[in-house]
Design a protein around this ligand. Structure first.
Ligand SMILES: Cc1ncc(COP(=O)(O)O)c(C=O)c1O
Length: 384
């Protein structure tokens, strides 16, 4: 397929998809083979060994590269495997600049695991001003890594401005685009070097498969990543790659409903007397609303954070009373979930930092699903 639509619905269905020339199958086969026979001695075929490359994973990778406007994508076993692969591009002892608000697993990977195994040093700063990032950069800064919107406080960061600062200091700019999805925002087109996804979330979309992606637009960077991932081996297996590829087909449609539900819920919560604060980039009360409106082209994502009036006991009672929102880690599936970042996704953030960051006792995170919005609002209403 040579036609390349700029419409997300069409891109999700056709990006990277090829009809099988032998069978006419419109979907890729699940190639379970770990190895591929050479045509003859010294004459390998396109595929050699599935850790290096696998046809089912390749279908996912073609699709993801096209959706993000990149050149090459790499299907990994999880979002964390994808993040780890990016860190493996850095020399030992490299310095990384990261926002104060970053996914808890990324924080631990940087500050614990890779600090010990590779001497990685991370500086955590407030990314709301590019000057703070510039001030944190050192001679050995190799990477500026960030998310937008952030997890769980949904701060919106200026991707283009941050990429410019990173490049001015000779560092790579990498974005965890999990919350936004390429339906809304394509960081490579805004000047970043690397995009990473936890495809466990909106790409897979059904809470039934783990996965990650790294996407780049530079061939030399792609070559280096390919070497890293083939040797460290955290690749997506063929079944998982297939499920993720399948999930992508409906990502544009799902995001449309996820986001219209999230906006309606955020607006409804804003008027509720038991709710002291609602954080959602789609609300005009959100400090990053204007930037999000420029940077995100289809919507504002589907995570809504709120703070309840009252004590932690009230928060527990509220979460226990919800019926459609399951209390669970994770986000991005068709079903709605509710989490308590302080004790769940971000429990490992040091206690003193939780308050500084705003991970309060009363903060609740909703992953808004694609159920009927009236049912979701009704559920929130009875629980409040
Ligand atoms: C923003 C973000 N990045 C990365 C990850 C890690 O992804 P995975 O759980 O697929 O390893 C998560 C998981 O929740 C996430 O929310």
């Amino acid at each position: 397929m040579n036609r390349k639509s700029d419409k997300p619905e069409t891109r999700c269905i056709h990006a990277g998809n090829t009809v099988d020339s032998v069978t006419g199958a419109v979907m890729p086969a699940i190639y379970t083979s770990s190895t591929f026979e050479n045509e003859a001695f010294g004459v390998p075929r396109e595929y050699i060994y599935s850790r290096g490359d696998n046809p089912t994973r390749a279908a996912l990778e073609r699709c993801a590269a096209e959706l993000e406007g990149g050149l090459q994508a790499f299907g990994c076993a999880s979002g964390m495997a994808a993040t780890a692969a990016v860190l493996d591009l850095l020399p030992a002892g490299a310095h990384v600049v990261v926002p104060n608000e970053v996914y808890g697993g990324t924080y631990r990977l940087l500050t614990d695991i890779r600090a010990k195994s590779a001497g990685i040093e991370a500086s955590f700063v407030d990314f709301s001003s590019p000057d703070n990032i510039a001030a944190a950069c050192k001679d050995n800064t190799a990477l500026v890594w960030f998310e937008s919107p952030t997890n769980p406080l949904l701060s919106v960061l200026d991707i283009q401005a941050i990429a410019d600062v990173a490049h001015a200091h000779g560092a790579l700019a990498a974005v965890d685009n999990t919350f936004a999805t390429p339906m809304n925002q394509r960081p490579l087109e805004l000047g970043c070097d690397i995009v990473m996804h936890s495809t466990t979330k909106y790409f897979g979309g059904h809470s039934d498969v783990l996965g990650g992606l790294v996407i780049v637009s530079d061939a030399e960077l792609g070559e280096r990543l390919s070497g890293v991932i083939a040797i460290t081996g955290g690749v997506a297996g063929p079944f998982d790659a297939y499920l993720t590829f399948r999930g992508i087909k409906t990502m544009a449609l799902r995001m449309e409903r996820h986001q219209s539900n999230a906006l309606a819920i955020a607006q409804w919560l804003e008027g509720h007397k038991k709710v002291s604060r609602v954080i959602y980039p789609g609300l005009s009360s959100h400090p990053g609303h204007e930037l999000a409106s420029r940077q995100m082209d289809q919507g504002y994502g589907a995570v809504v954070a709120l703070e309840l009036n009252g004590k932690q006991a009230d928060v527990a009672a509220f979460m226990n009373k919800l019926q459609y929102f399951a209390i669970a880690e994770g986000l991005g599936g068709v079903e709605s979930l509710v989490g308590h970042p302080r004790t769940m996704s971000h429990s490992r953030v040091p206690e003193d930092q939780k308050d500084t960051l705003g991970l309060t006792e009363n903060l609740v995170r909703l992953s808004v699903g694609i159920e009927h919005v009236d049912d979701l609002i009704g559920d929130l209403d009875q629980a409040l």
